[in-house]
Design a protein around this ligand. Structure first.
Ligand code: CIZ
Ligand code: SF4
Length: 319
């Protein structure tokens, strides 16, 4: 505990010295979320992280999250220096949607508007008409559907399927999934609900259909946290990365939060629902990048120039 305290103090000092700001995702280690909050940075979902990084005066942004978040920050602010605690922190959705295959898929369906989730590489975004995050994807597809547009959606099949069902839009889905959310199990969730009949079920729409179907609230990370704050419920079963429990506990002290089951036996699976790449962000490597200025994110400027178009479209729509 003393060592953690010393590390945090040193990181705070360096953030100040280097005039850098820390931007952290809800899924990273609680210490990093606290540091971001205490130093005037941002702890949020990927939409808010991107907006915050773009609008902040600091010329150095440290992004505690996964690679696409650092890339998005760089695309929006090419003149800023973007550092990440570990450049190998990726995402199964990004990995499952390689640029060449995706490009061929788009070429085969030129009549469709290309909508990609934020969890993709810069090159994939460069090929898209729109980028969306889970907090705004539904509204944007609704908007496109109302204009009579047919959609090509990538990469998350569960999120795409959920939005398709809600909007009735014509959506062709890339078959990607998040390795964390894909593990949540509908049958086991039903059993757990019987144990906690009063619990409110909170589900991120990257989860499989059978889990989403049992939700009381379906939403992005920030929407699920808002639901915890506004609800009278005392107990919550949470189907998303359990890094979010740090913020939920702070938002609603005294309430009870239970990880949704990810395997046959819920009791043996208390820590399954955590992204291995988000977990690569820690105090040690955060301190190291601040000390050395290493782990800078680069995006090919030509690709960045194309990719920024679909991100700006979303930010303008959200404004
Ligand atoms: O699962 C993720 O990586 C999420 C929820 C990202 C985001 O939009 O905040
Ligand atoms: Fe990607 Fe899933 Fe990890 Fe989010 S939780 S970064 S979607 S693998």
């Amino acid at each position: 505990a003393d060592e953690r305290h010393a590390l945090k103090a040193r990181i705070k000092q360096l953030l100040k010295e280097k005039q850098a700001v820390l931007v952290a995702h809800y899924y990273v280690d609680g210490d990093l979320q606290d540091l971001a909050e205490e130093t005037g940075g941002c702890v949020s979902d990927s939409l808010e992280m991107a907006r915050f990084g773009r609008d902040h005066a600091a010329q150095t942004l440290v992004v505690a999250g996964v690679r696409f978040m650092g890339e998005t920050a760089k695309i929006l602010s090419p003149e800023k220096r973007i550092l990440m605690p570990d450049l190998d922190a990726t995402c199964s959705l990004d990995l499952g949607c390689p640029t060449d295959e995706f490009s061929a898929f788009c070429d085969a369906h030129p009549d469709r508007t290309v909508v990609v989730y934020a969890n993709t590489s810069a090159a994939v975004k460069a090929r898209a008409d729109w980028m969306v995050t889970s907090s705004i994807g539904l509204d944007i597809v609704k908007h496109l559907h109302a204009q009579g547009k047919k959609i090509l959606w990538a990469p998350d099949k569960h999120l795409g399927g959920y939005i398709q069902k809600q909007t009735g839009a014509d959506m062709l889905l890339w078959q990607g999934s998040c390795l964390v959310h894909d593990e949540f199990k509908g049958v086991e969730l039903e059993l757990l609900r019987k144990e906690y009949p009063k619990a409110l079920i909170l589900v991120h729409p990257e989860s499989p259909e059978g889990v989403v179907a049992q939700a009381d609230v379906i939403g992005s990370t920030s929407q699920l946290i808002a639901a915890v704050q506004s609800s009278d419920a005392k107990e919550f079963i949470v189907a998303t990365d359990n890094g979010i429990l740090h913020k939920m506990r702070a938002a609603a002290p005294g309430k009870i939060f239970i990880d949704a089951p990810t395997a046959g036996n819920a009791a043996t699976c208390k820590s399954c629902a955590h992204c291995p790449w988000m977990a690569m962000n820690g105090l040690q490597n955060l301190l190291h990048v601040l000390e050395t200025g290493s782990n800078e994110i680069h995006v090919d400027p030509a690709i960045g120039k194309k990719a920024v178009v679909c991100i700006d479209r979303m930010l303008d729509f959200a404004a």
